[in-house]
Design a protein around this ligand. Sequence first.
Ligand code: MRU
Length: 363
Amino acid sequence: MLDPVRWINSEGKILDACEDNVKLLPGKLRLIDQTKLPETLLYMETDDLEEIFDAIKRLVVRGAPAIGCAAALGLAAVSQNITTASRGDFIKKMKKNSTRLAESRPTAVNLFWALERCVSKVENSKISDVCELKLCLLREALSILEEDIKMCRSIGEHGSRLLKDGMGILTHCNAGALATGDYGTALSPVYVAHSRGVKLKVYSDETRPLLQGSRLTAWELGKAGVDVVTICDNMAAQVMKEGLVNIVIVGADRVAANGDAANKIGTYGVAILAKYHKIPFYVAIPYSTIDLAIPDGSKIPIEQRDGDEIRRGFGRQTAPPDVKVYNPAFDVTPNSLISGIITEKGILRPPYHEKIMEIFRKA
Ligand code: MRU
């Protein structure tokens, strides 16, 4: 059963900041079930560890910052139900919950970052009362969501300076509101510019095999009144050749210390196409997506997903049922193809390693 804690933010107010994607209800984590979009806007509510694990693994909630927020809030929701009066026992059980959630997906570093932050906050506190420990965990998880919302807005402000009236923007996968607690990363500059009357056209790569571009990016931009055109992934070269794309902006799941960026499979190809067509290619990320422990992109763990995502695409048999399939969920774009990294503190330019180290030294 729940303790008499309120779902509060760091100022002591009940949190109701995020209307949609990842939200905390009293005692429960609420998520949009993104696997059902765009046909149905369905929410799931849970405080069950295995349901939250499964939601992250099956991409009910996805996108690096959203995964981090969902894991933190999920850990807080699940851990409210731990029944013990002992600090040591509570921490042991909370860490077990955290370890399980960390096994859900390997590439987005925000997952590990958010869980680690919550666990450390509780462990490093001097609190002995278990109700107070639960509140401490809850506060930290809510801070992660609040910071995510602020981060999105700042990325939007910095990135929107790159956007001018009439521009065509190509994006890959979904790095918008559905991938974060708020405006998104790659799409945030678009939302900010759009809100100021700048006329833009977004080309949204369909993003095979799970179609985050056509199902999610097109859906959320359309709802916001942004002019969006969905293209199949193999059309990007032609669209660029026709001069329709002035800038590419994508998100990332993990950025290495040298600026190499892992993002949805296909991003690397888009970056090569952009270079060939002399189109600037930007990656938009919060600092929490930078992994200093990873020196370069070759060390980023790449998730391998079930072959049936390819054998059975579009809800039907799209390949022989027994055909061998290779299905990496992400690829790594080398820093040499990246014109700039848009962060909540400004736009980083090469050489990235020095700039990244400087940021962390100052933090
Ligand atoms: O497999 P997904 O849908 O979780 O992949 C998401 C992406 O590749 C996003 O571009 C990335 O996480 C950045 S989200 C702001």
